[in-house]
Design a protein around this ligand. Structure first.
Ligand SMILES: [Zn+2]
Length: 536
């Protein structure tokens, strides 16, 4: 198939050269020479009359896109060709771009559930490929997950990362302990097997228990297995703020892992979390640039919101209190010898996140709490904020939006050519429904912080290249036909912290592997996504 497409592409190139060489020849004469009737271009879809931003970073061009089967077979001016088209999509006044590739999602559950595997929230953002299994939480039974997706059908393409946290939990348990030599060998085995089954790399969540109990050397050991199989390393930093080794310390740890394991490293949802580290984006970028200059492949992703999304336990409880799992945590909360120390440390962590008014409850069994800040709930209950937090944790925990980023840091990171768009989409946070259109609306068409070709590249080609997903993320003959058509005047996020599950606006057509998944702004119910397997 790709051979055939390449042939077509070279014929078209020859044709273009011929046009420029013999401008006096009539169109009919030229066409008759190069394209006799039998050679007409047969297409299933023609996306016509749009402004094409192809993902490479080059400027927008008015062009048409021809699709046959699951591939792009033509990018150019279709009026000059004899084409036989099954359906033409009118893209006049629209931007035509490669389907977005999202490097960090929590789509694993949605994809694995037949009620939500269409991922309408992503399709309506123009996302046609998601990476999932991030934050150290990906499964190690990769083949089983991919087969399930294949049986059930999924709306977007999806690639998996094996999770270091999951593997450590399986082999070592939930405790704050160091693995034996045998356990390290077992973890390496599981990770190697996951890579053989099609994972694109390994994720870590060194901020979260039990991933956090792993020392850097342990992570390097595991990353070497991934490097040998051409995979990538994706990380939620050990510390994005001032909790333990600090933001800069964590960036240096990641770079060390890249250098010693000889693996490309990718920093997920890069941010400066909390006032203690606001403004450090400049130092972070400087350190990353120095590492890149030395040949270490460091990249990052980012979502365009000032609040992160996590759970109240991970945000406020120190890791030592979580060692051994939830049952141990609850024992410590009740223990009169331990509780005071716990409260003191939680108070400090709350400060790191800009205080109780900056913590908004977005998910909870107690629906009364949703939409309120921790500060407001504490006031209502006439208790301290951290006492209130412990009550919430004991009665099942809660998802939170944590307002901890500064707009200046967000913008500085966004301008860097190694930073791509990633939603980190999780329930309760508007980023799951709004990330990509929000970036377009606010930062490209609104503030004009970056150009459209740059932003499209950050949301497609760069991500596919970084995660080594072949033949996607670019509008090019021979590539898979993941194509989006959106209205630059109306593209926007609609999800808010109050209504986080509101679909985005502005996508007119979304084509996944040549199939129309969004047609005139509506999801068609098509499950055209593929479970992607890394081929080594
Ligand atoms: Zn994360």
């Amino acid at each position: 198939m790709s051979n055939q497409s390449q042939k077509i592409a070279s014929v078209l190139l020859a044709f273009a050269l011929l046009i420029s060489a013999f401008p006096s020849q009539s169109y009919a004469q030229r066409r008759a020479k190069k394209f006799p009737a039998s050679k007409e271009l047969k297409l299933d879809l023609l996306i016509k009359g749009g402004t094409v931003v192809d993902g490479s970073g080059s400027a927008a061009v008015k062009n048409d896109i021809g699709i046959r089967g699951d591939r792009i077979v033509f990018v150019g001016k279709s009026a000059r060709l004899k084409v036989d088209v099954a359906r033409t999509l009118d893209a006049a006044g629209m931007i035509v771009a490669p389907g977005f590739v999202d490097p960090h999602t929590h789509a694993l559950e949605d994809l694995s559930n037949s009620k939500s595997s269409g991922s309408e929230n992503y399709l309506m953002q123009g996302v046609t490929t998601v990476v999932t299994g991030n934050d150290g939480g990906g499964p190690f039974r990769v083949a089983q997950t991919l087969e399930k997706w294949e049986r059930q059908g999924i709306g977007t393409n999806a690639a998996l990362l094996v999770g270091q946290g999951t593997v450590r939990s399986e082999v070592v348990g939930e405790g704050d302990v160091q693995p034996t030599i045998e356990q390290v060998a077992q973890m390496k085995n599981l990770i190697g097997q996951a890579m053989d089954e099609g994972a694109f790399g390994m994720s870590t969540g060194l901020y979260y228990a039990p991933g956090s109990f792993a020392k850097t050397e342990e992570v390097i050991d595991l990353a070497k297995v991934v490097a040998a199989k051409d995979g990538v390393y994706d990380t939620h930093l050990r510390d994005e703020g001032s909790y333990s080794i600090g933001l800069l310390g964590s960036i240096r740890e990641t770079i060390r892992i890249g250098r010693e394991a000889k693996i490309p490293v990718h920093i997920s949802h890069i941010k400066a979390l909390g006032k203690d580290v606001w403004g450090q984006s400049r130092q972070v970028v400087r350190i990353i640039k120095q590492a890149r200059a030395k040949g270490i492949r460091v990249t990052a992703n980012q979502y365009p919101y000032t609040a992160s999304g996590t759970n109240i336990t991970a945000a406020l409880v120190p890791r030592w209190a979580e060692a051994g799992g939830n049952a141990e945590l609850f024992k410590r909360i009740k223990d009169p010898q331990i509780r005071p120390r716990l409260l003191v440390e939680m108070e400090a962590n709350l400060k790191r996140r800009n205080g109780a008014e900056a913590i908004l409850i977005t998910r909870s069994r107690d629906r009364e709490l949703i939409g309120k800040t921790l500060g407001a709930i504490a006031q209502q209950r006439k208790k301290s904020s951290v006492e209130t937090a412990l009550d919430i944790i004991e009665s099942g925990g809660a998802g939170i939006a944590s307002f901890n980023m500064s707009e200046a840091d967000i913008e500085y990171f966004m301008k860097q050519p190694f930073v791509m768009t990633g939603s980190d989409g999780s329930s309760g946070h508007p980023r799951k429904y709004g990330t990509f259109p929000r970036k377009l609306r606010e930062y490209i068409y609104g503030k004009k912080l970056i150009t459209l070709p740059f932003a499209i590249r950050q949301s497609s080609t760069l991500t596919a290249e970084t995660f080594r997903i072949p033949e996607r993320g670019l509008l090019k003959a021979g590539y898979f036909a993941d194509v989006i058509v959106f209205d630059p005047k109306t593209v926007a996020d609609r999800a808010t912290y109050e209504q986080p599950e509101t679909l985005a606006a502005g996508m007119k057509f979304v084509v996944v592997n040549g199939k129309i998944s969004v047609d005139e702004g509506k999801y068609t119910g098509m499950l055209a996504g593929r479970a992607l397997r890394k081929t080594q």
